[in-house]
Write a protein that binds this ligand. Structure first.
Ligand code: URA
Length: 195
């Protein structure tokens, strides 16, 4: 039921004609194929990169390998969580040779896709990865540095904000903090999300 609704949604997404500035590719191509979908735990990233578009799966590049090690610290595996992205295409530059951070226009233009996806998934908690995903729930002024590692309820939605796994690649000092946050997530899920 969820699976069919998601398939239909991704088929509609593939025809999306985004009119935002900048180049991009692959709307609707990236789908979580590992999760059992009904876990109640959704992880929300930023946007797919080149490897994700190639394989059609979220978080399978460098950031994905980081995410896998962090999931383990939380006592989770890929099948325990359903992973989606805030932006549904890969924002590119240099004629597709590099990724770029999604612009505000792209985040806004994709918001309706994300909302439909969340409605289908109806998660019990949304674990946001990084600033772009956090702002969806906390508004444009929130900063991940002030919110990471603790659950919050915004507009009746339970959100558990975490740093984006790629943050540790660029800022080594975040590695311990991110590891601690994932351990906290694991304990929180154990105590609050009993099946
Ligand atoms: N980073 C993201 O935010 N999402 C992906 O799918 C891959 C890398």
């Amino acid at each position: 039921m969820k699976s069919k609704a998601l398939q239909e949604l991704y088929a509609r997404m593939a025809n999306c004609k985004c009119e935002c500035p900048g180049e991009r590719e692959g709307a609707g191509l990236v789908k979580d194929r590992y999760s059992s979908r009904d876990t109640g735990i959704v992880f929300l990233g930023e946007a797919p990169g080149g490897e994700e578009i190639k394989q059609g799966v979220p978080f399978v590049g460098q950031a994905g390998r980081k995410l896998d090690t962090y999931l383990e610290l939380a006592g989770l595996s890929r099948k325990d969580v359903f992973i989606i992205n805030s932006v549904k295409c890969r924002p590119t530059k240099n004629e597709g040779r590099a990724n770029r951070k999604p612009g505000g226009c792209e985040v806004k233009a994709c918001a309706h896709w994300l909302e439909q996806e969340l409605e289908i998934l109806s998660p019990r908690v949304i674990v946001t990865l990084g600033d772009v995903a956090l702002k969806k729930f906390g508004g444009s002024k929130v900063r991940i540095g002030n919110y990471h590692g603790q659950p919050l309820v915004w507009n009746q939605i339970t959100v558990f904000p975490l740093y984006h796994p790629a943050a540790a690649i660029y800022r080594r000092a975040l590695e311990d903090i991110i590891q601690e946050d994932f351990i906290k997530l694991g304990s929180w899920l154990k105590n609050n999300l009993k099946p």
